[in-house]
Design a protein around this ligand. Structure first.
Ligand code: UDX
Length: 434
C-alpha cells in the first residue's frame, strides 16, 4: 500500500512511521520546510520514546520519506491521511478546523488517482467528514474518492505501543471499497486480532470525543473522591482498588492527582461541550468535569501553600515534574502551569526540575528557575512538590532530599511515596486523598 500523511506532527509522524514499519510505503508531508529538513536528518520534532529509532530504520529500508510537496506525495497513493492539528479556537473553545479544510482544499486538486481514500485522523467534530467530502467534490467533481474517519487513540509517551497494539481500530465509512482499503492498511494489526470496528462516519467522529470525555470523567470522579477521602479519613488508593476490581468499572484511569492536562482531554472535552450546546443537547456531566478540572489545578497550588502554613511570601518551593505527564516534553495544559501561577501570585520563589520538559516549560513559565536535578531544585527549599510521576522521581533518596532543604514539607500530588517512609525521612508529608 502507498500512504501519504498530511501533517507530520505527533499523530502524523507516529502513525506514518508505524505504517512504514508494517511494510507500507509512506511519505509524511508538512508545510514546515525546516521540520522536514530536520526529519530528513533524523532529528525528531517531539520527544517520544522509540520514535527516532523507528523512523531511522524505516527511512533506511526505503519505506519512509519526508516531503513538503503534497502534489508529488499523493500521486499513486491508496490512502491519504489528514493528520493536522485541530487546536481550540480562541474565544469559544470550538475545534479550529482551518488546517483540516486547508488540507482538504489542497488534496482536492492534488489527487488524480481514482478510488483514493482520504482519511481524517485529526480529531474533528461530527460532520467534518461531510464538509471535507464537499470541499473535494466541489473542486474535483469527476474524482472517485471516499472520505473516511479513523480517529487515533494514542497516548503520548506510549504512542508506538498504542499504535501497534490497539484495543480497537475505528473506521467510519459506509463505502465498501473504502472499507476494503482500510482493511488492507491495517492488515498487520487485524491479523494480530486487534478488533477493526466499522461504523458510520459520524459515529466514528463521535467515538473519539466520547472516549476522551469518558476518560476525563473517570479521572475527575476519582479526584473528587480523593478530596472527600481527605475529609472523611479514607484512603483514595483503597477506594480506587475497591471499585476498580469491579469489571464494569475497571481499574485504569483511577489515579487521583492534580487534574488532567495534555493536548487531548482539555481540548476535546471543551469541543464536545460546544458541539452539544450547538445542538441544544447539553452534556451536563462533561460540563461539570471541565469546570471541576479547571478549578482543581489552582486548588493544588493552594494545597502546597496550606501545607506551608498559609503564607509563602519569599519562600522557596521546588517542583518536581512540569510536563502534563511523564515520558513527554509536552507542556500543553499541564497542571503545573496553574500551580506555578498560584505560587507566584502568593509571592513564592519557584524552582523546578523536569527530565525532558524544561526547555518547553521555560517558554511558558519564564519566572521559574530551572534546576539540574531533583536534589539541586530542593536545595534550601521550604517545600518540595512532586507534580509529575516521572520514573526518575519514584525512588528518590528521601533522606538526601530532606537534608538538602531548608524546610520539611513534601507535597506528593501523585501519591508515589508511602506516608510512613516519607515521615521516617523527616518529612511533613502531604499527598492526595490519603
Ligand atoms: C489521551 C488519551 O489517553 C488518548 O487515547 C487520546 O488519543 C489522547 O488523549 P494523553 O493525553 O497522551 O492521551 O495522556 P493520558 O495518559 O491519557 O493522560 C491524560 C491526563 O490524565 C494526564 O494529565 C494524566 O496525568 C492524567 N491522568 C491519567 C490522571 O490524572 N489519572 C489517571 O488515572 C490517568
Amino acid at each position: 500500500m502507498k500512504i501519504a500523511m498530511i501533517g507530520s506532527g505527533y499523530v502524523g509522524l507516529v502513525s506514518g512511521a508505524c505504517f512504514a514499519d508494517f511494510g507500507h510505503e509512506v511519505v509524511c508531508v508538512d508545510k514546515d520546510a525546516a521540520k522536514i529538513d530536520r526529519l530528513n536528518a533524523n532529528i525528531m520534532p517531539i520527544y517520544e520514546p522509540g520514535l527516532d529509532a523507528l523512523v531511522k530504520s524505516n527511512v533506511d529500508a526505503g519505506r519512509l520519506s519526508f516531503s513538503t510537496d503534497v502534489l508529488r506525495s499523493v500521486k499513486g497513493c491508496d490512502a491519504v491521511f489528514i493528520a493536522v492539528g485541530t487546536p481550540s479556537r480562541r474565544g469559544d473553545g470550538h475545534a479550529d478546523l482551518s488546517y483540516v479544510y486547508a488540507a482538504a482544499e489542497e488534496l482536492a486538486s492534488a489527487i488524480i488517482d481514482p478510488r483514493t481514500v482520504v482519511v481524517t485522523k485529526s480529531t474533528v467534530p461530527v460532520g467534518t467528514g461531510d464538509e471535507v467530502e464537499r470541499i473535494i467534490r466541489e473542486t474535483n467533481p469527476q474524482l472517485e474518492f471516499a472520505v473516511v474517519s479513523n480517529p487515533e487513540f494514542l497516548r503520548e509517551g506510549a504512542a508506538i505501543g498504542d499504535f501497534k497494539r490497539p484495543d480497537r481500530i475505528v473506521v467510519g465509512s459506509d463505502v465498501e471499497w473504502a472499507r476494503d482499503v482500510m482493511r488492507a492498511v491495517y492488515r498487520p494489526l487485524f491479523l494480530n486480532e486487534s478488533p477493526l470496528l466499522f461504523t458510520s462516519r459520524r459515529s466514528s467522529e463521535l467515538i473519539k470525543y466520547a472516549a476522551n470525555a469518558f476518560l476525563a470523567t473517570k479521572i475527575t470522579f476519582i479526584n473528587e473522591m480523593a478530596d472527600l477521602c481527605e475529609k472523611l479519613g479514607a484512603n483514595v488508593q483503597d477506594v480506587s482498588r475497591g471499585i476498580g476490581l469491579d469489571n464494569r468499572i475497571g481499574s485504569k484511569f483511577l489515579h487521583a492527582g492534580p487534574g488532567y492536562g495534555g493536548s487531548c482531554f482539555p481540548k476535546d472535552t471543551l469541543a464536545l461541550l460546544k458541539t452539544a450546546q450547538d445542538h441544544e443537547t447539553p452534556v451536563r456531566i462533561v460540563e461539570a468535569v471541565v469546570q471541576a478540572n479547571d478549578l482543581r489545578k489552582r486548588a493544588m497550588g493552594r494545597k502546597i501553600i496550606t501545607a506551608l502554613g498559609g503564607d509563602v511570601r519569599g519562600m522557596k518551593i521546588a517542583l518536581l515534574g512540569l510536563t502534563f505527564k511523564p515520558n513527554t516534553d509536552d507542556m500543553r495544559d499541564a497542571p503545573s502551569i496553574a500551580i506555578v501561577q498560584t505560587l507566584l501570585d502568593a509571592g513564592a520563589i519557584v524552582h523546578a526540575h523536569d527530565p525532558e520538559g524544561m526547555e518547553e516549560a521555560a517558554k511558558i513559565l519564564p519566572d521559574v528557575i530551572m534546576a539540574s536535578s531533583a536534589y539541586d531544585a530542593a536545595k534550601n527549599a521550604h517545600a518540595v512538590a512532586l507534580i509529575t510521576e516521572w520514573d526518575a522521581y519514584r525512588a528518590l533518596d528521601l533522606k538526601k532530599l530532606h537534608a538538602a532543604m531548608a524546610g520539611d514539607v513534601l507535597v506528593d500530588l501523585r501519591n508515589i511515596y508511602r506516608t510512613e517512609e516519607a515521615q521516617a525521612a523527616g518529612f511533613n508529608y502531604v499527598s492526595v486523598g490519603r
